[in-house]
Write a protein that binds this ligand. Sequence first.
Ligand code: NA7
Length: 551
Amino acid sequence: MKAKGIDQMDPSAKEGSGAIRHHDYVILGAGLCGMYGLYRLLEIDADVVVLESHEDLGGTWFKNRYPGCRFDSESYTYGYSFSPEVLSEWSWSEHFASQPETLSYLNYVAQRLDLRKHIQFGSQVSSAVFDDELTLWTVTLVDGRRFTCRVLLAALGLLSAPVKPRIPGVETFAGSSFHTYDWPEGVKLDGKRVAVIGTGSTGVQVISSIAADVDSLVVFQLKPNWCAPLNNSPITTAEMEQIRGSYTDIFSRCDATPGGFVHGPDPRSFWEVPPEERRALWEKLYAAPGFGIWLGNFREILQDEDANAEFSAYIAEKICERVDDPQVAAKLIPKDHGFGVNRVPLETNYYEAYNRSNVELVDLEHTPIIEINETGIRTTHRQFDFDIIVYATGFDAITGSYDRIDVRGVGGISLREKWADGPLTYLGVQVAGFPNFMMLGGPHSASVATNFPRAIEFSVKWVSGLIAYMRGRGCNRVEPTEEAEAEWTDHIRELYQRQLLRNSTSWFTGRNPNIDGHDKTRYLIYTGGAPRYRKTLNEVANDEYRGFHFS
Ligand code: NA7
């Protein structure tokens, strides 16, 4: 029997004329999160459509096609856990899969679960406006099409609003230039003079990957990041069989760790372990695959300045060992923050790229860029000419994809304006004044700082539970109270204070020199760890969804 659709509670919601299409639920975004949201809603026979701005599914993995783009989550911890069929049929070929493989995986899932027919591609949303009287959202696309829905679910991605640098003359360059997020098809790099601006995780992957292919590569570095080896390797058929047989254990392990990875903090106290033993652990972690070096280390490294300084010195030594020219090595060692305070890029031969004769590092702290001009980039030191300029300059993180849509709640209140100084949410799920607008892995949720698929599976299930509860009570509207929202937002701020991450000047704290008003810390992320986040949200659910108002 078809489940009772939310709109059946109030047939007037079906009103609408002409080109307006109504669905009970509209999901924004057909990436990893939107796809799972769709699957869950289809399971309850809901009337749902997904609106995706791009020409195909995959979100982050559809868009990021730059050379070297790959996971730094272990592949088998990144796949969906909910489908036994998918788990038994799909084989990963590398411990950290490349972007093409991940995109193939998502396409395979969509085909296996028959999701495509519910997704409308090329549907870029310009606004979403709530009608208080009808309890109805109207979603308008840039091409003028309109949809109405009772519940609007945002699966907009964390890093999907790319930002180019604010450098004078950026539009005057006569060669080819693009942001890594918009890497054009068919770019030929061999024999080309290439610039890369930016040394975050993306820049590090691009630089390592293209250094040997290009004629010359100049890296423009504002500030270095602490990088560590990915230590990737192929997965053999036998290994994959073994992984397949261990999925229950793998996902339990991910559930038990703060980051949702297989790597959890070392249970010992940094100070109680003798220095030689600490070093032995670090040597092991440095040679091991994945984020163990960051997340499988002593907790104090992320909380205590002295512990952090000692470990940072260890990583600095490694950089010096790997980079031939001591002056270049010195430029690659961060001075303004310790290891792990910003997002740690995992790399493959990144530092070795600087030992190549065709690669040059420009330290913008000493010789800033003055302008980009027709032939290249001019710093305070000299002019560099290029065929290609690559902007690996990051994103308007977490809230950027929301800000691009004019979301209006009760009384026309603007989400963009409400969040001007940073997001305000209850549990990272809803915003006061925006009834029936639900975020699947939005700001202030655990998805932002942890292994994304593990976190969004929880968030999607939790939101499904909230919807089921609302329907079960015969209600058609839910929103958080102002008090609950203020309390949660304060909690997010307070959690930041417990970690050295509070000192980050990266997207973790929403600081971005290329965006107006983003020069102060924005509290974007739930930093209390995934298990605690899940516990809190489950308690809220068990307590009749305290903090939410149903009507
Ligand atoms: P990030 O991590 O935000 O890195 C952006 C980089 O671009 C970073 O090195 C910035 O330097 C640099 N940047 C930004 N503006 C400029 C200007 N104007 N001039 C020179 N350099 C600039 O983005 P990514 O794409 O690398 O990674 C994002 C996430 O994707 C990553 O964390 C993973 O989770 C996946 P700065 O750090 O400000 O000194």
